[in-house]
Write a protein that binds this ligand. Structure first.
Ligand code: DAK
Length: 256
């Protein structure tokens, strides 16, 4: 992991804006195949950014050919993907936006779907081709795809390995926006910059609460949401937000 562009590192962090980080997968020769080393470095990058007290949003991206072509198949025989490293990735409290150009296949699509938002190129190729290897998705594909797309299309993608385009992903609600490839990063950065302007504690709490929609009963999740809301109401930023609205001015967040 490193800060800056043009390094040999497999995960590169760039900082286009004080509160926004771009995390770039950088194994272009193998279409950003997600080796265990890469997933581990990615998790470390997320943890570092989560704890730095400055970053408020992460844009996760690859290059023009690939967001990621899935787990590194060369590693499959020796050692399978490591679930503990994927768990670390999913634990980040920061909002994440996947900026997808080229292919997002298998674990690559699972990684993109685990982000809070997804911006895709119109001609991106999204799919779960694990069935062609004699296996099935193992990092959330059967669950996240089905919840986002519904059973009908998810079944075709998982059981037949059908790919969809970025345009179709937007149409079916899997992606937030589908745009021409050259617009993917700018649009993702624009959203990240907007996220970075919101009250940080509120964004983190709301992100967690949305995730509960998939993990708890409606009743339990509503109780959690109510609790999170009341906790936020006690913060200085909430008082500032309300005062700013009433005073017809922009809020200044103090992260308290
Ligand atoms: N792994 C390793 N190398 C890969 C790769 C991959 N997934 N995908 C591509 N490459 C390599 C190719 O071998 C090739 O290397 P060289 O031959 O040049 O040395 C180079 O990248 C360029 O690829 P191609 O020559 O194949 O390029 P094409 O444009 O012709 O084709 C393609 C692009 C994306 C259609 C094709 O490369 C392809 O089908 N790739 C494999 C896609 C795939 O099957 N992905 C799913 C893998 S299984 C879990 C976590 C994660 C997972 C499971 C469990 N747990 C935590 C439990 C995830 C599983 C998977 O993702």
């Amino acid at each position: 992991m490193s800060e800056g562009i043009g390094t040999d590192e497999i995960v590169v962090i760039e900082r286009p804006h004080e509160h926004v980080a771009i995390v770039r997968l950088n194994r272009p020769k193998v279409l950003n195949a997600l080796s265990n080393a890469l997933v581990s470095q990615l998790a470390a990058a997320f943890e570092t950014l989560d704890a730095d007290g400055v970053t408020r949003a992460i844009v996760l991206t690859g290059d023009e050919r690939a967001f990621a072509a899935g787990a590194d198949i060369a590693e499959f025989a020796a050692e399978g993907p490591r679930l503990d490293e994927w768990d670390r990735l999913w634990a980040t409290g920061l909002p994440t936006i996947a900026a997808v150009r080229g292919v997002a296949l298998g674990g690559g699509l699972e990684l993109a779907m685990s982000c809070d938002m997804m911006i895709v190129a119109d001609d991106a190729r999204l799919g779960q081709p694990e069935i062609n290897l004699g296996v099935m998705p193992g990092a959330g594909g059967t669950q996240r795809l089905t919840r986002a797309l519904g059973k009908t299309l998810a079944t075709e993608m998982v059981l037949l390995g059908r790919e969809i385009s970025g345009r179709e992903a937007e149409l079916h609600g899997l992606a937030n926006r589908s745009v021409p490839a050259e617009r993917v990063l700018p649009v993702a950065l624009e959203l990240a910059t907007r996220l970075a302007k919101q009250a940080p504690a509120a964004v983190r709490a709301a992100k967690r609460s949305i995730a509960q929609a998939f993990e708890q009963s409606l009743h339990a999740a509503l109780l959690d949401e109510r609790q999170a809301f009341h906790a936020l109401l006690q913060t200085e930023d909430a008082r500032e937000g309300v005062a700013a609205f009433l005073g017809k001015r922009k809020p200044v967040w103090r992260e308290r």
